[in-house]
Write a protein of this length. Structure first.
Length: 365
């Protein structure tokens, strides 16, 4: 058996064993994808509610169903644990799993605070174990294409980003709408923006018109280095569902409409050029700007279920003894913005600093 010096993992290509902890709304999607993957052998599903876990695995599956995390962690045939429990429980489950020598896939958000997330990242590093954040959208064909287009300069310099993620959502018992939905937008920005998610500040506003005890409508404003600006709107109260991101560039503008499977991404070869900066000319409008009106095109996308790519990347990073793309550090960058957003909300939308986190890893194309 070949051991990797950095990560202390086996690299002999055998099928890896995994247990999913949490079989509520999202856990079943992990269960299905691990079961469908030739990299993985799903050996156990753990939930405090064993009836729920049993219903997810079905009868006569041979997969252990248990409410005991200790029982799962004691097994030699469990190489990795996938955590799909509520965010406030991630740190406790992750810490126990890492101490037991298990690699980790952790649902977004990585934890319920930067401090808890940092402790998980540090422990994984100390133990030489893989810690992957399930930033699911980063593994969709659309986001990977956006990332490539931005990286290849197809849009020119990014001037603004406007992201809208609204529908009638489940009001979560433990987190507000920013912690529930904005991790998607923020993890996407982390992947596609040159330099990753490094806003120079965060201003957040939220409202709770139903008196649910937490913000159900949230707006994030993120000034970016170089003068660009990103804006994120998340909302649990909208009867219409919108999942749209506009990335305006100096050359072209990209519109991603995730609810339009025929044409999720459109590239507009249109824009505004500042020809001359003048305040005293007779006709300021025509003197200072010119509009480009070109074609619109739609790139082809190789559509596959994102979670299939997530579980494949988890296996590859364990086998190759390397950090996964969308690793714990990516999870931490998202947490830093969410935490700063909480501070801003309490300060009635004031612009607050974002604590810096570690380095950004490139997604392997
Ligand atoms: N990646 C995505 O697109 C996506 C989508 C939805 C939810 N999520 C994330 O998945 C996680 C779970 O969300 P959900 O909506 O499925 O929650 P949920 O409440 O529907 O399910 C959570 C399950 O975890 C179980 N549980 C709680 N504590 C446990 C523990 N200590 N040990 C074992 N089981 C425990 C509960 O019994 C429940 O069945 C959250 O972090 C959420 O943000 C990710």
């Amino acid at each position: 058996m070949e051991m990797d010096a950095d990560m202390g993992t086996t690299t002999d290509g055998r099928t890896l064993g995994v247990a999913v902890v949490g079989a509520g709304y999202w856990g079943p999607n992990l269960v299905r994808n691990f079961r469908a993957s030739s990299d993985w052998d799903l050996v156990a599903v753990c939930d405090l509610d064993t009836d729920r876990a049993q219903a997810v695995v079905g009868a006569r599956s041979g997969i252990t169903v248990t409410s005991s995390l200790d029982e799962v962690l004691a097994r030699d045939d469990v190489d990795a644990v996938a955590i799909a429990t509520p965010a406030r429980t991630h740190h406790g489950v992750a810490t126990a799993a890492l101490r037991a020598g298990k690699h980790l896939l952790v649902e977004k958000p990585l934890a319920d605070s930067v401090q808890a997330g940092q402790a998980m990242v540090d422990l994984a590093r100390e133990q030489g174990l893989v810690l992957m954040a399930d930033h699911t959208y980063c593994w969709t064909a659309a986001v990977r294409k956006i990332r490539d287009l931005v990286a290849d300069g197809a849009l020119g310099d990014v001037l603004f980003v406007d992201s809208v993620r609204i529908n009638l959502g489940l009001i979560q018992p433990d987190v507000d709408v920013l912690w529930d939905l904005a991790p998607h937008d923020l993890s996407i920005l982390d992947l596609v923006l040159p330099g990753g998610l490094r806003p120079t500040g965060v201003a957040a506003q939220g409202s709770d018109p139903l008196r649910a005890g937490k913000a159900c409508v949230g707006y994030l404003t993120l000034p970016l280095p170089g003068g660009a600006m990103a804006h994120v709107h998340v909302n649990w109260l909208s009867p219409t569902k919108i999942r749209q991101m506009v990335i305006g560039g100096s050359e072209r503008t990209l519109v991603w409409d995730d609810l339009n499977p025929q044409q999720r991404i459109s590239i507009y070869d249109r824009g505004v050029d500042l020809v001359q900066q003048s305040v005293d000319s007779a006709d300021r409008r025509t003197a200072t700007v010119s509009y480009r009106l070109g074609d619109t095109w739609a790139p082809a996308l190789d559509e596959r279920e994102a979670l299939g790519a997530v579980v494949a990347e988890l296996a590859a990073s364990i086998r190759q003894g390397r950090a996964p793309a969308t690793d714990g550090e990516a999870g931490l960058r998202v947490l830093s913005v969410l935490e700063a957003a909480g501070t801003s909300l309490r300060a009635r939308g004031a612009l607050v600093d974002v604590a810096p986190t570690g380095s950004r890893l490139e997604l392997v194309r």
